[in-house]
Write a protein that binds this ligand. Structure first.
Ligand code: TXA
Ligand code: MG
Length: 339
């Protein structure tokens, strides 16, 4: 793995040459290309097998760099940048002509963020170009949060992998758009929460974050329409009002199962899950921040462990829990069992 390491100069050179570079951010790894080079941007879609209508986020290292690619930044949008950048917040802004249509899939808006990761910021500064990057994974698979998984999936198309260990936050950035009336609409929930954003203006969570968006529906964010995060195993969300009911349901499923099944649960119920040869248990952690960090790694593990059916414990839809539930519900393809 000669092309994996911490060589920022090499990664910057590759970006300038129009090659693809995997780089770390505080949320998940990105599959980056020079956002101003149409051909390079198109190669991202090819490497990921990404639907042609799903636009990319452009990463910048300063507000000045953002100002070069967008127009008409409103007062609220500026406040968002000042308060949350660098950080896990992508803001949908009106693009200017310097951004090729390949980045935005023909939309007149572009999603922009300044990542809170030292290597990422140094890389963007050194290359001195904005970097277009989706999460580093094949389309539809869980987002890449460690270089080993990403390398296996994307090695054929990537020139260099900039390694910074496991991603800290583990789920992708919060994506927002600000309406004419100043209301902030969340198109994808994440680490920057409703409560955080309410410090700046009124906030609404788009209803499509938690329901299935059909092909013929009009979505504010094209990413809402596509199959996401799903492992090969069939996943089901288990939701219960109290811990006792959750444990009873899990042990009931175990008694009646003969396939390879798995449970992805919070640490405090692990010891109550009955042991059986065909049953695996994954620890999601004991806080919502730990669940966020572990969720994509665990989803990837299901396939490595040849699990047929996986049950995932629901978490509280509060704070970052909203973002976690958005990812889990989609990984479960809207299969939900309420106990
Ligand atoms: O944390 C993150 O956001 C990571 C890291 C690498 O920065 N990136 C990421 O990119 O998650 P991706 O491509 O996996 O998700 C981008 C999301 C998609 O849901 C896409 O539809 C939406 O942002 N998006 C991008 N541009 C948009 C636009 N102009 N209007 C509406 N939605 C947009
Ligand atoms: Mg993605």
């Amino acid at each position: 793995m000669e092309n994996v390491g911490k060589d920022i100069d090499r990664a910057a050179k590759d970006l300038i040459l129009g090659n693809l570079v995997v780089f770390p951010t505080e949320t998940v790894y990105g599959l980056g290309a020079n956002a101003l080079n149409e051909k390079a941007v198109k190669s991202i879609f090819k490497a990921k097998n990404r639907p042609k209508d799903n636009p990319l986020i452009v990463h910048v290292s300063s507000i000045e760099m953002a100002e070069k690619i967008v127009t008409n930044i409103s007062e609220i949008e500026r406040k968002l940048m000042n308060m949350f950048w660098p950080g896990p917040l992508s803001i949908i802004l009106t693009k200017n002509d310097i951004i090729p249509d390949a980045v935005t899939c023909g939309l007149n808006t572009v999603s922009v963020r300044m990542p809170d990761n030292k290597l990422a910021l140094e890389l963007i500064q050194k290359a001195n170009i904005p970097i277009a990057a989706p999460s580093a994974n094949k389309s539809g698979k869980p987002s890449g949060t460690n270089i080993e998984d990403i390398y296996d999936e994307l090695k054929e198309d990537v020139a260099y992998f900039l390694d910074d260990g496991r991603s800290k936050i583990g789920i992708e950035s919060t994506v927002v758009k600000v309406n004419e009336d100043g209301k902030i609409v969340i198109l994808r929930p994440g680490k920057i929460t409703v409560e955080d954003l309410e410090k700046i203006s009124k906030v609404e969570v788009d209803k499509n974050c938690f329901r299935e968006v059909k092909k013929e529906d009009i979505a504010l964010s094209p990413g809402m329409k596509h199959r996401h995060y799903a492992p090969n195993a069939k996943c089901t969300l288990l939701s219960a009002n109290d811990k006792k009911k959750m444990i009873e349901k899990i042990n009931d499923i175990i008694i009646n199962s003969s396939e390879n099944i798995a449970f992805m649960v919070m640490e405090d119920i692990i010891d109550s899950v009955n042991k059986k040869e065909n049953v695996k248990v994954y620890n999601l952690g004991s806080t919502l921040d730990e669940v966020s960090k572990n969720i994509f790694n665990s989803l990837r593990k299901i396939d490595k462990d040849n699990i047929d059916i996986c049950y995932i414990q629901a978490v509280e839809k509060k704070g970052i829990g909203l973002g976690i539930m958005n990812r889990i519900i989609r990984a479960c393809e809207y299969n939900i069992v309420e106990v």
